[in-house]
Design a binder for this molecule. Structure first.
Ligand code: KIV
Ligand code: ZN
Length: 518
């Protein structure tokens, strides 16, 4: 193994999916896994097979269909988990089992109620059993960053002896700071027998906003695998953001001197895909993939940029997949120009999807004079929304004003082919629309956030509605775009309702809550 090669281990589908409200269906997971393979990640952690039948199915499908990266499944150090993981992974061309067991004092005492000897014994048994199924085994001492270094070194050494080929050092609760985390990696390098023959991996959570900084510090000490997620999604404040760590390593290759297998031009399209599928919006000023990441506002900066881009730009936008030109399309643009633009924007649509986008494009072109990239993206993303919808919108109308009772009329199609119509009132016209949708679908959610933003800056811009709602204690998100903000709001609300119905249908088995990890 080339010592300068940094392995990118993506856990968007496992740790990332643990973000509140980010659960994905099978088709969506497969779509993301294909995009990750195209991005060039080395390893995809596709799920935690014992957690639920849905997780098992997703890992199995990704293992069977996605070629290129190693496909990994998570398991605790017990026979049931490990056998289940292997069952899901066994058809992969390059499978990996990732076993974990907590090692910190607080986890030993309160969660596991196990003494140190017991932890070592179980870790060794777990790794050995995983090795009986699969050659490629990763071991994670959960909460490693809060584990006594001596004990951590002991567990790691025994796990290597038992056959682990990758040792991961999780900062499970995002408590570490760079010097200390790097110190733990250094300590392991200096004190563990056999450490030279395995890959040391880093896994940082972002509770203190330090996940990327901690991962970089560890890389400097010899960490050669980074566990990360697209857009940094994950439980609580999330995980190390893949796009940030990749661009830091690439932009500062003078300092790190490491090689990566990532096609960075796919970063932005992959980020958008994950945002669309999970409904988790990327903040405007987010590094690398935020809308403002390459925008220069101050006059002095703009002037400098015109003279030489490097005065204020450390990366070329096109290197992360930003297209410099905002080609304008209109009513008379043909199918060829549109499909070319869709490809340039990083979408891979099949013939039917292209046809649908073309039809929607013609409708949009009648409503809107100029169509920008953001509009084309919104169209492409709406056909890519593959989640099985129980309810779809046929029509919505509403009225409001200061001297009237806000009311709405809504017609929805049920997937069985039945149309249902109803009308209702609310505190405002949009509230009336939402209440009427709830009445028709008989699904009631608690709205927590609602916003409308314009997709482009022109006067006839499309509006993007974003919704966050609570359903049975879970956060669900919806997002939709239309030139009509009422229609966009209704579509986004329906997305939430459909996700709520999907949740009910896939209701995880009781074990899931118990076994979910960060
Ligand atoms: O954060 C964590 O400890 C994890 C492990 C399962 C690797 O996600
Ligand atoms: Zn984690």
């Amino acid at each position: 193994m080339n010592d300068n090669r940094l392995i990118i281990f993506d856990t968007t589908l496992r740790d990332g999916e643990q973000s509140p409200g980010a659960s994905m269906n099978l088709t969506e997971k497969l779509e993301i896994a294909h995009a990750l393979a195209e991005l060039g990640v080395d390893i995809i952690e596709a799920g935690f097979p014992i957690a639920s039948p849905g997780d098992f199915e997703a890992v199995q499908l990704v293992a069977r269909e996605v070629t290129g990266p190693t496909i990994c499944g998570l398991a605790r150090c017990n026979p049931a988990d490990i056998h289940r993981a292997w069952e899901a992974l066994k058809d992969a061309a390059k499978p990996r089992i990732h076993v974990f067991l907590a090692t910190s004092a607080i986890h030993r005492e309160f969660k596991l109620k196990m003494a140190k000897e017991e932890i070592v014994r179980r870790a060794v048994e777990g790794v050995k059993l995983a090795r009986e199924c699969c050659e490629n085994v990763e071991f994670s001492p959960e909460d490693a960053a809060r584990t006594e270094l001596e004990f951590l070194a002991e567990v790691v050494e025994k796990a290597i002896e038992a056959g682990a080929s990758t040792i991961n050092v999780p900062d499970t609760v995002g408590y570490a700071v760079p010097e200390q985390y790097a110190g733990a990696i250094r300590y392991l390098k200096q004190n563990v027998r056999g450490i030279g023959k395995i890959v040391l991996s880093v896994h940082c959570h972002n509770d203190l906003g330090l996940a990327v900084a901690n991962s970089l510090a560890a890389v400097k000490e010899g960490g050669r695998q980074i566990e990360c997620t697209i857009n940094g999604i994950g439980e609580r404040a999330g995980n190390c953001a893949l796009e940030e760590i990749v661009m830091a390593i690439k932009t500062r290759s003078d300092f790190y001197g490491l090689e990566l297998g990532i096609n960075t031009k796919r970063l932005l399209p992959t980020s958008r895909l994950v945002s669309r599928v999970t409904g988790i919006h990327v903040q405007r000023n987010k590094a690398i993939v935020g809308q403002n990441a390459f925008a220069h506002e101050a006059g002095i900066h703009q002037d400098g940029m015109l003279k030489h881009a490097n005065t204020y730009e450390i990366m070329r936008p096109e290197d992360v997949g930003v297209l410099r030109t905002d080609l304008v399309l209109g009513k008379h643009s043909g199918r060829h120009a549109l499909s070319q633009r869709i490809r340039d924007l990083g979408y891979h649509l099949d013939v039917q999807q292209l046809q649908k986008v073309f039809e929607d494009f013609k409708v949009l072109a009648d409503r809107k004079k100029t169509i920008y990239d953001a509009d084309v993206e919104a169209l492409a993303e709406s056909v890519l929304h593959t989640g099985p919808a129980v309810w779809t919108l046929e029509a919505v109308t509403c009225s409001g004003g200061s001297a009237t009772v806000p009311c709405a009329a809504v017609a929805l199609w049920h997937k069985e082919g039945v149309i249902k119509k109803d009308a209702g009132t609310g505190d405002g016209p949009i509230d009336a629309v939402f209440k009427t949708i709830e009445k028709i679908t008989n699904v009631y959610v608690k709205l927590r956030q609602f916003s409308i933003v314009s997709v482009t800056e022109d006067e006839d811009a499309q509006g993007e509605a974003q919704i966050e709602a609570e359903f049975n204690g879970r956060i669900l998100r919806g997002r939709a775009v239309s030139t009509d903000i009422i229609e966009a709001s209704a579509l986004a609300y329906l997305q939430v309702i459909n996700r709520a119905l999907l949740r009910e249908q896939l209701k995880m088995n009781p074990q899931t809550e118990e076994v979910s990890v960060t």
